[in-house]
Design a binder for this molecule. Sequence first.
Ligand SMILES: [Zn+2]
Length: 312
Amino acid sequence: MSTYARGAHQVGDGLWAYLQPDGGWGWSNAGLVTDGEASLLVDTLFDLRLTQQMLDDLRSVTPAAGSIGTVVNTHANGDHCYGNQLVAGADIVASSASAREMDEVPPSTLAALLRGADELGDAGAYLRDIFGPFSFDGIEHVPPTTTFEGRLDLRVGDRGVQLLELGPAHTRGDVVVHVPDAGVLFTGDLVFHGGHPIVWAGPVRHWIEACDRMLALGPSTVVPGHGPLSDQACIRDQRGYFEWLVAEGTPRLEGGMAPLDAARDLAGGPYAGWGEGERLVVNLTALGRDLGLDPPADVVTLFGGMAALASG
Ligand SMILES: [Zn+2]
């Protein structure tokens, strides 16, 4: 399954992944689960133009996409929920923790951050660079209409779909969508395939446990939150990355290195070939928090650190 073209890819009977290469900042994947006329959309996209394009593309592969009854937002990051207003008639489902995070960081927060980017120096230039391809005009905060904790079993037509809350890890309320009859798992951003993951919430140990829980489901097809389709290999790779981060990061941080210096030290390591290597500074900051070292973790400091790493 090496196909990585933009658009809808059938991954099972009545099942599609919607992929957006190259999987970097904001270029997220989504999915559609159908049975007969019934359909469930896994995630909306980062802006209205992209989400509308996706809805049009999905309607061209199945009429069931014309009447989406349920939307699952896997987590609170905008590239998975900012298109919600285009499916506002649907029941929108998320974990309670994600719903709280969406309320605390609505679309207007990112728009304001970008409008003020000139005041933020290198961090601002970096923000404008990575989010430049997207338009945040006119995006309304459309919160979930149904929330849950732990697990929620849904039906799409006669088809059983399991929502499992495996966060906090990437964010505070990460959810995966499992379609057991087809062995398909939509992971949201608990799996980045081909790029560095980013630990906004943590703890890192909990993300490793989330990988184990995903592997225990035994999926044959894995639709990551970013990057091309895969099987369980991409989950094992993600788990290996965090084992490496803990093993290499802990002695450096406990030895007094700042997260940015530790990131520079590790940047040439075994994951140098993965995209978005600047996220190492955020992941080491999260690990430092796990270790009780409490490095500064405000958003401007984090993006400033990534700007510094990205510029070499
Ligand atoms: Zn994402």
